[in-house]
Design a protein around this ligand. Structure first.
Ligand code: FUB
Length: 518
């Protein structure tokens, strides 16, 4: 990334010096998505804003250590460009911290905010932060700051405290985060917020700050989980959101922890809302958070992924892609966004050909797990449930199998499997290593491979099996679950590699599922 001198940047961005605090802005040329990809700064929860000839993206900042499963987010950052296609961005790290703007807020947990331009041409920053001196069960609350420029300096617009919390303007029992605001054509202002399946909407006064109420439960947005984003186009209100209506046949997501971006429409701002479909399939991070705006005649979706160097579910990075509308239907539909990525290095030759197979299993995978984890090439020291295939469902099967199917016969002579367990071998509860397991290949019937040694079942490390080469389209790992006191433990596999005799350049994942063998 190329860094321009600060003075050159100031010429292009006269307000740059007004940013609240933190290091000087950088100008950089990104290679594509994610915009900041080198792992120095993880950007998250994008909220795009158009002002004049500039597209700004307010983002959070993920600072969790690699194996920490928590949102460690002390501050917001800002990105800006005059042309997303140029890949030239300005970046303000350390843009704002909660405690620097809101005297009543605690440091940390600078979650997803949004900046909106008011009718008075000032900028209003809706920020979910933790309230310091509150006895609310959940202390997340929404504050509003105001500035004359998107770059600040920001001042609390409601110094008395948050405009929404579990105590104000009405009592509620939800987590009050993820605000999104619409300034409607008639000058009226609407705030929406919520998470964990609870979405609220409320009118604000024209001052952009004062709650008018009442808080209204927003229904009708199928699978709403969190991250609402309101916009209006051609008189129609659109609400995008992270949806997690999961299932093997769901248009949204196969696993409940991986959200898609779904959307619904309404003809008036507080509804009724009608679910319309999926605008973005699940990305590489479990959370999906997006904002959509029109900029210089094109529509864009900013969203986050785990695709940066050493990225993860809690080290997310903002990407941006174009949004296309289907105006042949009423209301106009959002065509599913096609995510792009910066060019990636050619894959290194490997003996592992699992990535070229379709994975299937004997069980209807419980919604917390994801069969796609088997051959995604990732093993984490601290995995979340969707990072494995599993059987645990409270009534665990005694026998189960997972299978790879290739479109054409492959010659293989080895396997490496990585078991997950939260209970010791011999347990009948939780997830335990299998009591026994073996490999079978298809050769007109399922036949055991001629394994050179035993089948190890130690969790948390690859278990290697070498066997006499076979040529087949299908390979199964067949498990007998651990059992005690009349119940079977669940099974969990984080990764399963299948080895060809020699390293080859790996084929891409199949776009259409390979057919069954039997
Ligand atoms: O970044 C913290 C939380 O993760 C946001 O508030 C949610 O929308 C999700 O992206």
């Amino acid at each position: 990334m190329k860094v321009l001198p600060f003075l050159a940047l100031l010429a292009a961005f006269p307000n740059a010096a007004c940013a609240q605090s933190g290091p000087a802005p950088e100008t950089l040329t990104s290679k594509g998505n994610p915009i900041l990809a080198d792992g120095r700064y993880y950007t998250t929860d994008p909220a795009p804003l158009v002002d004049g000839d500039t597209l700004y993206i307010l983002t959070g900042r993920d600072m969790a250590d690699a194996e920490v499963n928590d949102f460690i987010m002390p501050e917001w950052q800002m990105l800006a460009t005059q042309d997303p296609a140029s890949h030239r961005w300005q970046h303000w790290p350390g843009f704002i911290r909660p405690e620097n703007v809101f005297a009543w807020a605690e440091p940390a947990r600078a979650y997803a905010g949004q900046i909106v331009k008011g009718a008075d041409k000032r900028f209003y920053f809706y920020a979910p932060v933790l309230e310091k001196d509150s006895d609310a069960k959940d202390r997340f609350a929404i504050g509003v700051a105001v500035a004359d420029s998107p770059l600040g300096p920001w001042k609390d617009a409601h110094p008395a405290g948050p405009i929404v919390s579990q105590k104000v303007p009405e009592a509620n029992d939800i987590q009050n985060i993820d605000p999104t605001v619409l300034l409607d054509d008639d000058g009226r202002v609407y705030l929406y917020w919520g998470t964990f399946g609870q979405l609220r909407g409320m009118e604000l006064a024209r001052d952009m700050v004062t709650p008018k109420g009442p808080e209204k439960r927003i229904e009708g947005l199928t699978g709403f989980f969190e991250a609402p984003w309101i916009l209006k186009r051609k008189g129609v209100y659109y609400m995008l959101y992270a949806g997690n209506k999961a299932g093997p046949d769901s248009a949204c997501t196969p696993a409940v922890y991986y959200a898609c971006q779904a959307y619904g429409t309404a003809t008036s701002p507080l509804g009724p809302w009608t679910y319309r479909g999926v605008a973005l399939k699940p990305v590489s991070s479990t959370t999906s958070h997006a904002g959509v705006v029109e900029f210089k005649g094109k529509w864009y979706m900013a969203y986050h992924t785990a695709d940066a160097v050493a990225g993860g579910h809690f080290r997310r990075s903002v990407a941006i892609d174009q949004v296309e509308w289907d105006d042949s239907v009423i209301p106009a539909a959002i065509r599913p966004v096609v995510p792009t990525r910066a060019p990636q290095p050619a894959p290194a030759p490997t003996r592992n050909i699992a990535g070229a197979a379709s994975a299937v299993s004997s069980n209807m995978v419980p919604l917390q797990y994801w069969i796609g984890a088997l051959n995604d090439g990732k093993v984490r020291a601290n995995p979340l449930p969707p990072e494995m295939w599993g059987t645990w469902n409270g009534k665990n099967p005694q026998n189960a199998w997972v299978e790879y199917r290739w479109r054409k016969p492959v010659t293989i002579d080895g396997s490496r499997i990585y078991f997950f367990a939260d209970q010791p071998a011999g347990s009948g509860i939780g997830v335990a290593p299998p009591a026994s397991w073996h490999l079978e290949y298809w050769d007109g019937a399922w036949k055991p491979v001629a394994a050179a040694g035993g089948y190890g079942a130690v969790p948390g490390a690859f278990q290697d099996v070498r066997f006499a080469p076979v040529t087949t389209r299908c390979l199964r790992a067949v498990f007998d679950a651990s059992r005690a006191n009349g119940t079977s433990a669940g099974l969990g596999v984080e990764e399963w590699e299948v080895l060809a005799p020699r390293a080859i350049v790996p084929a891409a994942a199949p776009s259409v599922a390979a057919p069954a063998c039997d």
